[in-house]
Ligand binder design. Structure first.
Ligand SMILES: [Fe+2]
Length: 201
């Protein structure tokens, strides 16, 4: 069973970049719905989950069920939202190592911001822009809907949620401003942990 992660910040702490109402709905409604749907589907299909995404994805590849599309959609919805909520805070931690890697891969932190923003602005419809580890290198990618990079053997480090529910109440159609403000609340501390666990330095 998946359990809801706790946020290590208050709902109103990301104002004015993410408004309180949006964050409350996002965490308590959208994320929770994915998680509840996923757990029901796992129970229905007798699938166990023991905190190991790779093992779960392996198991999903083996089982035959008509629910597979729904399971993958809701699994992506849970994993992507958990990563998003861990990618933002008021602390704005930037890992020295990741920054060092950024300099290698992207030239500079500023260029990383530019490339990540460009990628996010290019995404059509709903989805996410991710920073991932791809074959021991850092890469910026877009994924549609609730596709998780794990499905492609990539390790996601951080992401921005580009579904309209993530920003529309406050930003309306100004997605570009939402993306620009993401860098006022971006936090690499979780990305740093994942990075070290899959050490590529
Ligand atoms: Fe979302």
């Amino acid at each position: 069973m998946f359990e809801k992660i706790k946020l290590d910040y208050d709902f109103d702490s990301l104002e004015p970049f993410i408004d309180t109402h949006t964050l409350v709905l996002h965490y308590n409604k959208h994320y929770e719905n994915y998680l509840n749907n996923l757990n029901k589907l796992l129970i229905k299909n007798n699938i166990t989950y023991n905190n190991d995404i790779s093992a779960l994805l392996n198991e999903l590849q083996k089982i035959k069920t008509n629910d597979i599309d729904d399971i993958l959609f809701n699994l992506g919805g849970v994993l992507n939202h958990e990563l998003y909520f861990k990618s933002i805070s008021k602390k704005r931690t930037i890992s020295d190592v990741l920054q060092h890697e950024n300099e290698n891969e992207f030239g500079s932190y500023e260029n990383f911001v530019k490339l990540f923003s460009e990628s996010a602005n290019k995404l059509k419809g709903s989805g996410y822009t991710f920073l991932v580890i791809n074959n021991k290198k850092l890469e910026i990618i877009n994924m549609p809907n609730q596709v998780t990079p794990y499905l492609y053997g990539l390790i996601p480090l951080l992401c921005i949620d580009l579904w309209e529910h993530a920003y529309y109440i406050n930003y309306e159609n100004r997605k570009k401003d939402y993306i620009e403000n993401f860098f006022n609340i971006i936090d690499f501390s979780s990305a740093n942990d994942i990075f070290y666990k899959n050490k590529i330095v």
